[in-house]
Design a protein around this ligand. Structure first.
Ligand code: C2O
Ligand code: CU
Ligand code: CU
Length: 550
C-alpha cells in the first residue's frame, strides 16, 4: 500500500517574514514560594499555555546557573507550556516552525484526527506553520506533546521540544485529589552533563543501539532539582521524557506511595507500591504523603538501579541509580487530603472478544538498526490495515537485548498479559498508550480502533530506535456502517471509501434467500464517500448493501 497520493495533508501556511530565527528568552517561571537557598536548583514549573501559537524556535536558556544552553523551546520554555483542556472542549492551536529544519508536533496520548496527529509526513518546512483543531473526547489524563519529525524526533526532543498536555474531566475533579500547589508535574528526562553545559546531540553507533543515555536527570528542565513541600498529600504527574532511559521511581527511604494513574488516565483505585517503572513516553501519577516527616526533613525521589540489557554491547548505563528530585518538608499542611478508596471506573476489555492477534517481532537488524517484523520504517509504506471498532490482541515479542517501550497512536489500550502472566504489575493497569517490553519479554495488549480513521504509526519510544527504523504505518479503516437518509422523494445510502459496495433490492422479503437484484443506480464517489441515490418512494422494497469490508 502506498499512501502518498491519497492522504489529506495538513494545510501549511508561510510565516510572515522576520518571525524566524533565534531568540533569547526570559528566565523560567518558578513557583512563587519563599525559598531558602539550598544546594541545587528550585524545581521549575512549566508555564500554562495561554492559547497563543506554539512557536518552536531555537534559543538559549539558563538551564545550569551561570550558563546559557542552546535549546529548541516552545514559546521560550523547556519543557514547553502545559496545555490544559477539559474533556469535550475543542483544542485549537497554531504550530509555528521557527527552526531551520522540518518540524511536526505530535500530541502523545491524545486521540487526534489523522491529519493533525503529527505524522512525520505532515512535517512543515522552516518558516511554515499549520493549524490543528479537534475535540478532546477521552478521560482526564496526563498526556504530552513532542516533536515527531522524520528521523529528527530524537534530536528535536533532546533539544527541548516537549511539554505536558493535561486533560481534565468532572469525574476526576470530584475525587478530591490534591490540587493547585499540591498537584505538581514532573517531566523527567536525562541529559549528558558536560563542561560546556550544552545539550549536545551527537549519537555514535552504540548510542543508536542502546538509545542516547545521559548521566544526570533534569526534572522540568531543572538539574539537581529540589522542591519545598508542606506536610500534606501531593499528586505528582510523572512523565518520562527521556530519549531512551528507563526509570524505576522510588523514595530514598523506601517510603510507600500510591499509583493513581497511568498513561491515559486514572486507575480504578490507588495501588500502594514502593517503586514504579516508567519507560520513555510513559506517564505515572502518584500520591506521596509527607505527613510523617518533621519540618526540616528531606527525602529524595530517585531511580533505583536495575540490571540492564545491552547484551554483548555491555557497559550501557541503562539501569544506573539516579537522584531525581529532593523534597524539603518545610511547612505544616493546613488540612491534609486523604487518599480516595476508589478512583474511576474503567471498562475492562475481554480477550475472549478479540477478533484476531497480530504479532510484532522486535528484532535488531544490524548494528545501527532496529526493526519490527524484520521491516524498517518507510514513510510511505503502510504495513497493515485495521478494521474499525474490532477488538484485537497485539503481541509484542522482544527478541532483542534492549528494552523497547512500544507506543501506539490513534488508540488507548489495556495490557492483557506480560510473559503469559495475567497478574500484571500496577504500572501496567488502566488505559495505556505505551508499554515497556523488556529484553526477552512478550507483552500482549488489547486494543480497539474506533477514534479516527486513517494512517497512523506505532513505534518504539526509544527515540533513537524510532528514528533508526523501529516504526510502522498502519491504516485504521473507516466505520463501515452505511448512513441511510430517506426523504419524500428519494433514499440516499452512503458509506465511507475505500470500502467497495453496491446495493441490492428485493420486493418480496428481507430474507437472504429472496430475489435480490442490483439497483439501477451506480454508486458515485465524492471525496472519500460513496453514495447511491434511489429515487421515488412509491413501492415497498428491501435494500441490502453488500461488498468488501461490510
Ligand atoms: Cu510520543 Cu509517536 O510518539
Ligand atoms: Cu503518540
Ligand atoms: Cu526500542
Amino acid at each position: 500500500m502506498n499512501i502518498s497520493n491519497r492522504r489529506a495533508f495538513l494545510r501549511r501556511f508561510i510565516l510572515l517574514a522576520g518571525l524566524t530565527g533565534s531568540q533569547s528568552f526570559p528566565p523560567f517561571l518558578t513557583r512563587l514560594r519563599a525559598q531558602t537557598p539550598r544546594p541545587g536548583n528550585a524545581l521549575r514549573i512549566p508555564p500554562e499555555w495561554d492559547g497563543s501559537p506554539l512557536k518552536v524556535a531555537p534559543g538559549q536558556l539558563e538551564v545550569w546557573p551561570g550558563y546559557l544552553t542552546d535549546v529548541f523551546s516552545v514559546n521560550g520554555s523547556v519543557p514547553g507550556p502545559t496545555i490544559r483542556i477539559q474533556k469535550g472542549e475543542e483544542f485549537s492551536a497554531k504550530v509555528e516552525n521557527h527552526l531551520s529544519e522540518e518540524f511536526v508536533m505530535h500530541w502523545h496520548g491524545i486521540l487526534a484526527p489523522e491529519s493533525m496527529d503529527g505524522h512525520p509526513r505532515d512535517a512543515v518546512a522552516p518558516g511554515e506553520f499549520y493549524e490543528v483543531n479537534f475535540r478532546i473526547n477521552q478521560p482526564a489524563s496526563t498526556s504530552w506533546y513532542h516533536s515527531h519529525t522524520d528521523m529528527l524526533t530524537a534530536e528535536q526532543v533532546y533539544a527541548g521540544v516537549a511539554g505536558l498536555f493535561i486533560v481534565e474531566d468532572p469525574s476526576e475533579s470530584a475525587l478530591g485529589l490534591p490540587t493547585a500547589d499540591n498537584d505538581i508535574p514532573l517531566i523527567i528526562a536525562d541529559r549528558r552533563s558536560n563542561a560546556q553545559r550544552q545539550f549536545n546531540y551527537s549519537p555514535f553507533m552504540r548510542d543508536i543501539m542502546t538509545g542516547y543515555l545521559g548521566d544526570i536527570a533534569l526534572v522540568n528542565g531543572t538539574p539537581d532539582a529540589w522542591l519545598s513541600v508542606d506536610s500534606g498529600l501531593y499528586r505528582f504527574r510523572l512523565l518520562n521524557g527521556s530519549n531512551a532511559r528507563v526509570f524505576r521511581i522510588a523514595l530514598s527511604n523506601n517510603q510507600p506511595f500510591q499509583i493513581i494513574g497511568s498513561d491515559s488516565g486514572l486507575l480504578a483505585e490507588p495501588i500502594e507500591v514502593t517503586s514504579a517503572w516508567v519507560a520513555p513516553g510513559e506517564r505515572t501519577e502518584i500520591l506521596i504523603d509527607f505527613s510523617t516527616y518533621n519540618l526540616g526533613d528531606s527525602v529524595v525521589l530517585k531511580s533505583l538501579p536495575f540490571p540492564s540489557g545491552g547484551g554483548m554491547m555491555g557497559g550501557s548505563s541503562q539501569g544506573i541509580e539516579m537522584d531525581l528530585l529532593r523534597f524539603y518538608i518545610d511547612t505544616k499542611a493546613n488540612g491534609v487530603n486523604s487518599v480516595p478508596d476508589s478512583l474511576v471506573s474503567i471498562p475492562s476489555l475481554n480477550a475472549a472478544n478479540a477478533k484476531r492477534t497480530r504479532v510484532f517481532n522486535l528484532t535488531p537488524s544490524g548494528m545501527m538498526l532496529h526493526s519490527i517484523n524484520g521491516l524498517l520504517w518507510e514513510i510511505d509504506r503502510v504495513d497493515f490495515s485495521v478494521p474499525w471498532g474490532e477488538l484485537e490482541i497485539w503481541e509484542y515479542r522482544n527478541l532483542s537485548m534492549q528494552p523497547h517501550p512500544m507506543h501506539m497512536h490513534a488508540a488507548l489500550f489495556q495490557i492483557l498479559d506480560r510473559n503469559g502472566a495475567q497478574d500484571i504489575r500496577p504500572e501496567d493497569k488502566g488505559w495505556k498508550d505505551t508499554v515497556l517490553v523488556d529484553a526477552g519479554e512478550t507483552v500482549r495488549i488489547l486494543v480497539k480502533f474506533d477514534s479516527h480513521p486513517g494512517v497512523f504509526v506505532h513505534h518504539c519510544h526509544n527515540l533513537e530506535h524510532e528514528d533508526s527504523g523501529m516504526m510502522q504505518n498502519f491504516e485504521v479503516l473507516p466505520d463501515p456502517t452505511p448512513v441511510v437518509r430517506i426523504s419524500s422523494t428519494e433514499t440516499v445510502v452512503s458509506w465511507p471509501g475505500p470500502l467497495v459496495g453496491w446495493i441490492l433490492e428485493s420486493s418480496d422479503s428481507p430474507n437472504p434467500n429472496s430475489n435480490w437484484q442490483p439497483v439501477n443506480q451506480q454508486p458515485s464517489k465524492i471525496n472519500n464517500e460513496w453514495t447511491v441515490t434511489i429515487p421515488g418512494v412509491a413501492e415497498r422494497k428491501f435494500y441490502r448493501l453488500v461488498g468488501s469490508g461490510f
